[in-house]
Design a protein around this ligand. Sequence first.
Ligand code: HEM
Length: 402
Amino acid sequence: MATGVFRGDPYAQYRALRDRGPIHWAPDAFGGAWLLTTFDGVQAALKDARLSAQRTGGWVMRNALRGSPDRRRLTDMQRLFARAMLFVDKPAHPRLRAAMQHAFRPARIEAMRGQVRDVVDGLIDDIERDLPGTTSFDFIQRFAMPLPSRVMSRFLGLRVTDEGRFLAWSQQLATFLGSVAPTMDETLAAHASLVAMSDEIDRCIREKDLDEDGLIAGLATAEADGLVEGRAELLAQCAMLLFAGHETTRHLLGTAVYWLLGERGRWQALQEPVLLGSAVRELLRWDSPVQYTGRRANCDFQLFGADIRRGDLVLPLIGAANRDPARYDGADHLVLDRKLGMPLSFGTGPHVCIGAGLMMMEAECALGALVRRWPQLALAEADPPWIEAPLYRGLKSLQLRR
Ligand code: HEM
């Protein structure tokens, strides 16, 4: 039952679990974890100081490398990741968040809108130039994958000519982090990517091969000021940003276009620009790119009547919370002009996604331009393949015809 939640289309299984209650013990998820299934439960857990964000320690134990000579590499990787903002509590968390917040301020995101529009138009131009209108093309490969990668490079201030390398490294890390039980190959590939990515970013900082107003240059200044504690901590934040920003945005773009084209009239309805913001929020709710997150109990306590023990893993199921009928009328219907604020797709509480504003702007630019330039866009296959990593929900490929 439990690991079944993490395979295939999860929503029917979430519903069955939620009908039985807000909390469940899943013995075979990561070697045993508590699953939270309701909007209120997930929201409360993400704000609960008894649940720590420090959760990378279990990797070494649950991994295929247990007992192997390569275990040291996994331990090194775990040490680096353990310093990333996503995986730390007070006092390191607010310190790192403060070091990064400046780059994410709304005025800076808004100032990037023109650049993002140019990247979007460039990708659309390339598809029009390379492929006649009658030929189908893979939207994920040609648009949803390169867009976040290009935007992220600019946001970080990387002057990379070879974006493909950063994309490949981020993907290896996301595969490892997204798997319930990573294989040895996935683990070693993630380790190699982390080392290569860190070396390259370190070189960029040392040789000042960076845009001065990008996030990495800001982190380097924070390091010099003592707000970021050393190069290893800085590199951990960069690695986190690269996997946190690429994969998630790609999945949102892919599933958004798939669901918008899946029913007559939805794509055309988006011609109305005022609908874009609420439509993106609803698409995030409907098929959240991140399906769950994790926390570790730092004391014994009771949660919805369950006895949580210190060290237990708790998984707030974001995908289940976003379809909770106690929060959303007609939760299993996609309603593009739904008026109910932000779903839990970006989390909440101290670790709420710092990139949410950037991602919303990027998605609005992308969908706005696609609808305007290709009003006749259509699915070229009814049943595209979904990715298997259970942490994420997204499409492997999506064939479209314009
Ligand atoms: C559709 C796109 C995205 C989704 C669904 C998403 C989702 C999330 C979620 C659920 C969390 C909270 C995790 C937790 O509490 O354990 C989070 C945190 C985070 N996200 Fe995103 N994210 C997206 C895009 C981005 C982008 C574009 C960036 C960077 C430019 C980014 C950077 C981060 C960072 C750094 C954190 C950690 C924040 C902290 O620990 O204080 N995300 N994201």
